[in-house]
Ligand binder design. Structure first.
Ligand code: DX5
Ligand code: ZN
Length: 228
């Protein structure tokens, strides 16, 4: 992970929080100076209760934007379909450690495809369970809500979890960035940045606003202020 990714804060709006049937035209108006990634939540109705979109939809979406994709797979046995998501050529491709028996192999496959490999952890999984796998990942995604739906309330214990991971990464001089996802808005963004998160996912915290580009700027400004 290049040093500048961990030295700055970047925003990755979660597109499931907007009208998915209009997404092509919605994303084409995004300002890439404050919307740094598009966070794409893939849900299968098995690993999580909700169902969203698949690789065909993501390929179509790419015709409408040049903003890099941040694909978050919330699917059981991602090994069965990983190749299709790799072919979408995202910047980050993230699997859940709870979704597979072979997380290290999958992270290696993602990296081999020239994509940054993300490993995500649910709120109820102890952070220490990740420690032996961090060296295989470029990014760790801490879920700050139970995965499955946008618009949920931030789980306060997530702050300690981010801090614990941040301290471990620093103590071991590791090259990995922390992303946080769930319930991030103007009230919670500063605290997650202070705890050590550098890529911020926000669904309703961005899309509930009338002017999305303006709201993204507000969030990123608050985040950068918390970094100082
Ligand atoms: C939840 C998803 C999140 C969600 C974020 O399972 O992974 O990305 O859409 O939405 P908010 O920010 O509204 O919690
Ligand atoms: Zn997500």
């Amino acid at each position: 992970m290049s040093k500048n990714l961990t030295d700055t804060v970047l925003l990755s709006p979660s597109i499931i929080a907007t009208d998915l049937s209009l997404l092509g035209s919605t994303v084409s108006s995004f300002d890439s100076t404050s919307i740094h990634f598009l966070h794409i939540d893939v849900m299968d109705g098995n690993f999580v209760p909700n169902v969203t979109i698949g690789p065909g939809y993501i390929q179509n979406l790419k015709h409408h934007t040049s903003i890099p994709l941040d694909i978050h797979l919330m699917i059981a046995q991602p090994e069965l379909s990983l190749i299709h998501y790799s072919e979408c050529n995202p910047y980050f491709l993230t699997i859940h450690m709870e979704s597979t028996r072979q997380p290290i192999r999958l992270l290696q496959q993602i990296k081999k495809a020239g994509i940054k490999a993300g490993l995500s952890i649910n709120p109820s999984t102890p952070v220490a369970m990740l420690f032996d796998m961090i060296e295989y990942a470029d990014m760790i995604l801490i879920m700050s809500v139970e995965p499955g739906f946008y618009g949920q309330k931030f789980i306060p214990a997530s702050l300690k979890r981010i801090e614990q991971l941040h301290n471990f990464i620093n103590a071991n001089n590791m090259d990995v960035v922390i992303e946080v996802d769930g319930g991030i808005n103007e009230d919670t963004i500063a605290d997650v940045v202070k705890a050590g998160a550098r890529i911020i996912v926000a669904g309703s915290g961005v899309f509930n606003a009338h002017d999305i580009n303006k709201q993204a700027k507000v969030l990123i400004q608050k985040a950068c202020k918390a970094l100082k």
